[in-house]
Write a protein that binds this ligand. Structure first.
Ligand code: AMP
Ligand code: MG
Length: 271
């Protein structure tokens, strides 16, 4: 089977109007679960090698943004895909309800503090996009405030990109029914119940409002400097393969290389 270019297939073309509803969250782009296992392993090995070079070179920063509705698989993606990385040089930041100190500042303040430095990979589990998602859906600020944020975010990301940060944004897309199944299994499984709250069911009632907010986010903030990828995420195995592949292809484009060998004597024997 010819390998589908997942980066091409799943990227949101800048300026294109996206409707998440029209994209199939069960799509696997011709991959079978069986075939994906080896392919995913290969991509994870590539990621390990690429990160080693990225860290050694200490030239490029890579920012990975993960968004998706509750139970879309953000945590699972981090657990499965980001294990390819040496924890030295990789930091995960979860963005929760802002603290009073964070709320006293502009919404990008807490975000900018956590962007990766040169050689590092920074993973955002949720992000500044919550400020046009949950904040919009719940009307936490007036419409004129949140609606101005799309351009502010584009400007922010453009600045990061222009100053050495490669940005890759994944929107994990699950169906409403898959969310129901995952919530039920969180509730039923004693090892997962801690993740479940009655608040999740309140959010679920706003499914359509979230979909509208996702549509606008994806349509307005997928740029050449910081593209969005919509990952069909009902199948965890496909989600992992797609995220690993797109991430590896993105980092490979940076051609991270070990620094030139230092000038050392020939045939040195360390005693
Ligand atoms: P979780 O990802 O399940 O740990 O939940 C984190 C919670 O923090 C989610 O319900 C988010 O909607 C919420 N959250 C994250 N960022 C913001 C924000 N800027 N304003 C309000 N709530 C937020
Ligand atoms: Mg949650």
């Amino acid at each position: 089977m010819a390998r589908v270019d997942l980066r091409e297939a799943l990227r949101v073309t800048p300026g294109r109007r996206v409707r998440v509803k029209q994209l199939d969250p069960t799509d696997t782009h011709g991959y079978t679960k069986k075939a994906s296992a080896d392919a995913t392993e290969r991509e994870l090995e590539r990621l390990t090698d690429l990160q080693d070079r990225l860290w050694a070179e200490a030239h490029h920063a890579v920012l990975v943004v993960l968004q998706g509705i509750d139970a879309a698989g953000k945590d699972g993606t981090i657990r499965r895909v980001m294990t390819a990385f040496n924890p030295q040089g990789c930091a995960v930041t979860p963005f929760k309800v802002p603290t009073p100190e964070e709320l006293a500042h502009d919404y990008l303040w807490r975000v900018h503090k956590r962007v990766p430095g040169k050689g590092e990979i920074g993973i955002f589990n949720r992000s500044h996009y919550e400020d046009v998602l949950v904040v919009r859906v719940h009307g936490l600020v007036p419409e004129d405030v949140w609606s101005a944020r799309y351009e502010q975010i584009n400007d922010f990301e453009r600045t990061l990109a222009a100053t050495g940060t490669t940005i890759v944004k994944f929107f994990l897309s699950i169906s409403r029914d898959e969310q129901r199944v995952r919530f039920q299994s969180r509730y039923d499984d004693p090892a997962k119940r801690w993740k479940f709250s009655m608040g999740d069911l309140e959010e679920r009632k706003r499914w359509d409002d979230y979909q509208a907010a996702f549509d606008d986010m994806l349509s307005k903030t997928s740029t050449a400097a910081a593209p969005w990828y919509v990952i069909p995420a009902d199948h965890n195995w496909f989600r992992n393969l797609a995220v690993a592949t797109i991430l590896a292809d993105t980092i490979a484009d940076l051609k991270p290389a070990y620094p030139p060998e230092p000038d050392l004597p020939k045939d040195l024997v360390v005693k």
